[in-house]
Design a protein around this ligand. Structure first.
Ligand code: FAD
Length: 433
């Protein structure tokens, strides 16, 4: 009899909660990963950096497992197809995996749980992706927080060694199922192309974390960790990063807490997964939704250099600096009065670190409709933002080299006109509140 460990957003062998529990049981553990057709078939662009990233991460895991005489079994299909197949092939006693909080993931896991438990197989899941999950952080009255500051205060109060300690999987590596190596399907065999992306390194650089508070707002420099993709796919452990943050930078720790906070919102306020504004009254906003303007925004041709630089960085690399994410999101929703959901969907297609909770949180923050959002009357002024955060136009010139030539477009809308246009639209929607 064997156990199965099912990798999803936790693509690492070290400090992995579910994997630790699987191995500790002392039964041979067959590690698996499923390239899920339910997800992959929805990706229109077959040059997808996320799929490429996952493929690389699995290849790394494969190398380590082979050194241990084991192998990762990688399937291409839907979980509904793969589990019955596995049950036919192996005598399985239990399945181990880590919690995943997104809507589709919840349904998927419930279906798999139902199926395998009906076959008398245990389905065990663990918290791994966050420090605190679900209802672990509640206010004094027992309700989930919707404002960051009190949430983070409670988070810090509740934190102790227990929540930060790593799971020493390596103690039990001998329990990995011993087998001849399995082949990982190639990207091409699944209809994807290899892009050859240079992914951010999987290293936490102390100097960046230490200077984070002073440097994090300037997109021309590497002042932030660039670890988001590793947190997204679990190639690094959140516990390891939180320990680092505690010893080096409270400001950076707060960013990691924002990440937990948005997972907390996703779990406790499921309506945000159904395309609704966190504050429902914001769904009364009458957006302009001009498609030509949306296209200009996507392509980085709005005539606002900081906005265009950000969108071009995103299109070219899959990354955008946080300061610039806030600026482009404010510009789309406030200056152009385009529904934040259009921007959210575009980011979801392009971001290497795309994560539903953080992305939805970021977009609703910018549009004003979110929990603890920017007040609706705050309209970022792209020119002032540039003066503050990219004074020498270094970031802008990198992405918009034609800035001073006649090729560069005129501003798509005048800032003052846009500001005067958006306020009454929001006021109308929020009337009577
Ligand atoms: P650092 O500044 O070094 O922060 C460390 C880590 O903390 C990040 O890697 C990330 O995991 C977490 N973090 C930081 N800021 C936030 C935040 N505001 N919310 C949640 N987690 C945070 N982040 C994503 O991971 N995925 C997304 O899809 C995403 N979409 C966003 C959309 C918008 C409109 C906005 C305004 C922000 C979005 N963010 C998203 C948050 C943030 O921009 C990125 O996490 C950050 O830019 C990643 O760079 P870094 O790794 O250098 O972060």
């Amino acid at each position: 009899k064997i156990s199965i460990f099912w990798f999803r957003r936790d693509l690492r062998l070290h400090d992995n909660a579910g994997l630790y529990h699987a191995l500790k049981k002392g039964m041979p553990v067959l590690p698996i990963f499923i390239f899920d057709k339910n997800i992959l078939d929805k990706l229109e662009d077959k040059r997808d950096r996320r799929v490429e990233f996952i493929h690389q991460a699995l290849t790394e895991i494969q190398v380590s497992l082979q050194e241990l005489g084991s192998s990762l079994l990688v399937k291409y299909g839907t979980p509904e197809e793969v589990f019955p197949e596995l049950l036919n092939q192996y005598e399985i006693e239990s399945i181990f995996t880590n919690h995943d909080y997104e809507l589709y993931a919840n349904e998927r896991d419930e279906n798999v749980r139902e199926f395998v438990t009906s076959e008398n197989i245990e389905f065990n899941t663990y918290k791994d992706q966050v420090i605190f999950e679900k209802k672990e952080i509640l206010s004094g009255t027992g309700t989930p927080y919707t404002v960051f500051t009190p949430y983070s205060r409670k988070w810090k109060e509740k934190l102790n060694e227990f929540y930060l300690k790593s799971y020493p999987t390596e103690k039990y590596f001998k329990y990995f199922f011993q087998t001849q190596p399995f082949e990982i399907p190639t990207l091409a065999s699944m209809g994807f192309e290899t892009i050859g992306t240079n992914f951010p390194l999987k290293v936490v650089r102390d100097s960046i974390v230490k200077n984070y508070a002073e440097k994090r707002d300037f997109p021309a420099i590497v002042g932030t960790s660039r670890l988001s993709v590793h947190l997204r796919f679990g190639t690094l452990s959140i516990r390891e990063l939180a320990r680092k943050a505690i010893s080096l930078s409270e400001t950076w720790l707060n960013e990691l807490i924002w990440r937990d906070f948005y997972f907390n919102i996703l779990y406790n306020f499921p309506h945000i997964s159904q395309g609704q504004a966190f504050r429902k009254e914001y769904d009364k906003i009458v957006w302009r939704n001009n498609e030509t303007e949306f296209k200009a925004w996507c392509e980085g041709k709005t005539g606002y250099p900081i906005v265009d630089a950000g969108m071009r960085e995103l299109n070219a690399t899959g990354f955008m600096h946080n300061r610039v994410r806030m600026i482009v999101a404010s510009f789309l929703t406030k200056h152009l009065l385009i529904d934040w959901r259009w921007g959210e969907a575009y980011f979801a297609k392009k971001l290497l670190d795309f994560d539903f909770a953080a992305n939805n949180g970021g977009w609703q923050w910018a549009s004003g409709s979110g929990c603890d959002a920017a007040p609706y009357f705050r309209v970022f002024n792209p020119t002032l933002q540039t003066q503050k955060f990219d004074k020498n136009l270094e970031y802008i010139k990198k992405w918009v080299p034609e800035l001073n030539s006649f090729e560069y477009p005129q501003p798509i809308v005048n800032h003052d006109v846009a500001r005067k246009r958006v306020l009454p639209v929001y006021q109308e929607a929020l009337k009577g509140l």
